[in-house]
Design a protein around this ligand. Structure first.
Ligand SMILES: Cc1ncc(COP(=O)(O)O)c(C=O)c1O
Length: 476
């Protein structure tokens, strides 16, 4: 039981017993204490209020008698689970009503839960729980006083060193630990970059279609988003050039364009870096799932090709471990470092130290590299199962646009099929896909589906493609 805010006015002339009774009753009626919630023991409340136990006992007795409280033998005193509704309604304020859930509950972001085709989900069933639990427990037990106090806004040094080592080796990123800033995921990284680099009214180029989360983060400070087309080579740098020097930054997903899946060609990458250099603009490289590539070797990061420090590189552990770990990172050019660290500190000081330490050890002891290697095989099998199922059950209604990398496959629907309508029908059958049209800022040029395969087993994916085939035939 948390402590209870119950102000007493000793000079008011109202007996203390009455003030305690009224204070508790009011807390129940306006929803600060909820049905079923435990209230403090009489001894604890008396201690908190600095009064003898007798008035508290009397107040509780009265509330028990009136049905506001109920005692449960051996486990304490609770707000009655079955408070008469009209009793509550009569006294309740609109704000309290909303808090009590009488208005519609807050919308859960993840309406699709863990259903088949759910985007952005890794194979949670394959995560090495035992190793992870051991590392978290070890660090939880061993936290020093210094580690329990305020931490470095840039992140824990061992984690920054381990991330830098991984990025240099696996992604050809040119960086030192002194450029690595730990944040709570790529979404936070984008928000931070926005705060540091963009002002209200600044222009930032984004891909069309684009990851909606990136759009939301980049536009949050009032920057103007300029959507530029993506073709088979990635973002159209020709369109960017036509905008001249008024665009301050470009957001790109060069390793695996979200959502279409293309990988930006080397020629485009050089053209983009050249644009940034000549216009003193910034490139925000979101390298969200580059670790998984099935048809050729993963391309190095754009950041590693940049000779003029115009790229801010963003990565995340959401796909390679699990989203709820909430750890991501930026690699920032030295010239911007202090501004980023200051802005990060102003936002939320620093990321939780315990997870950072456990994660650093996870990387250092080789568990991360082992997990990645194993997952490449798992995802290849899942992707192949999805492709086989699509060919068998849906081949006449859709074409696979890209399945070369990452944890999702982009498919285009046959003419006449509206992707939002199909997604609604899929949801009614327990499938969770994303409509490609939701990724367009303007009129959608294509109707398609984004089918996540990372979070589902092969059997489940095969079954889901059969249901998808039925949905598509019924929608046509
Ligand atoms: C392209 C892209 N960028 C960023 C993110 C956000 O990742 P994080 O969980 O690290 O905030 C996602 C999540 O799906 C994504 O698909």
């Amino acid at each position: 039981m948390t402590t209870l805010h119950l102000p007493l006015d000793r000079s008011s002339g109202t007996p203390i017993l009455r003030q305690i009774y009224q204070g508790l009753r009011r807390a129940i009626l306006d929803g600060r204490l909820r049905p079923g919630q435990r209230v403090p023991s009489t001894r604890a409340l008396a201690g908190e209020l600095g009064v003898s136990r007798l008035p508290v006992l009397c107040a509780y007795d009265q509330l028990l008698h009136e049905g506001y409280l109920e005692g449960r033998t051996g486990s304490g005193t609770f707000v009655s689970a079955a408070l008469p509704d009209d009793l509550l309604r009569s006294a309740i304020t609109p704000v309290a009503a909303a808090r009590r859930g009488h208005s519609s509950p807050p919308r859960a972001r993840d309406e699709g839960g863990l259903g088949p085709f759910r985007m952005s989900l890794p194979a949670l069933d394959q995560f090495p729980h035992t190793v992870w639990a051991r590392l978290v427990a070890r660090h939880a037990h061993g936290l020093t006083h210094a580690q329990m106090a305020y931490g470095d806004p840039a992140g824990q040094v061992p984690l920054r060193e381990a991330v830098a080592e991984h990025l240099r080796a696996a992604r050809a990123v040119r960086c030192e630990a002194e450029q690595v800033l730990i944040v709570s995921g790529s979404q936070a990284a984008l928000r931070l970059a926005t705060a540091v680099l963009l002002e209200r009214g600044s222009r930032v180029a984004v891909e069309e279609p684009c990851y909606p989360g990136a759009r939301a983060a980049l536009g949050a400070n009032g920057a103007e988003l300029v959507s530029l087309p993506v073709d088979d080579e990635g973002l159209s740098v020709g369109s960017l050039r036509k905008r001249g020097g008024r665009v301050r930054a470009a957001y790109v997903t060069p390793s695996h364009q979200y959502p279409l899946g293309v990988s930006m060609t080397a020629a485009r990458r050089f053209a983009l870096l050249d644009w940034a250099f000549h216009h003193r603009a910034w490139v925000l490289e979101d390298d969200y799932d580059s670790e998984y590539r099935y048809v050729s070797r993963p391309l190095g990061a754009l950041q590693g090709m940049d000779a003029h420090e115009r790229v801010i590189y963003i990565g995340t552990f959401s796909k390679v471990l699990f989203p709820a770990v909430r750890v991501g990172y930026l690699v920032v050019p030295p010239s911007l470092w202090q501004r980023f660290v200051d802005a990060r500190e102003a936002f939320d000081l620093f990321s939780p130290t315990l997870y950072q330490l456990a994660l650093a050890e996870f990387l250092r002891e080789g568990h991360f590299a082992r997990h990645l290697r194993r997952m490449r095989g798992v995802y290849l099998e899942r992707r192949d199962a999805l492709l086989a199922g699509l060919a068998r059950h849906c081949g006449d209604r859709l074409t696979v646009h890209n399945a070369d990398a990452g944890l999702h496959v982009a498919v285009l629907l046959a003419a006449g099929l509206d992707d939002s309508d199909v997604v609604r029908r899929m949801a009614a059958r327990g499938l969770t896909a994303t409509a490609l049209s939701t990724c367009y800022a303007g009129k959608a040029r294509r109707s398609g589906l984004l089918l996540g395969f990372g979070g589902s087993t092969e059997r489940r994916l095969l079954d889901a493609t059969r249901v998808l085939g039925e949905v598509l035939r019924a929608s046509a």
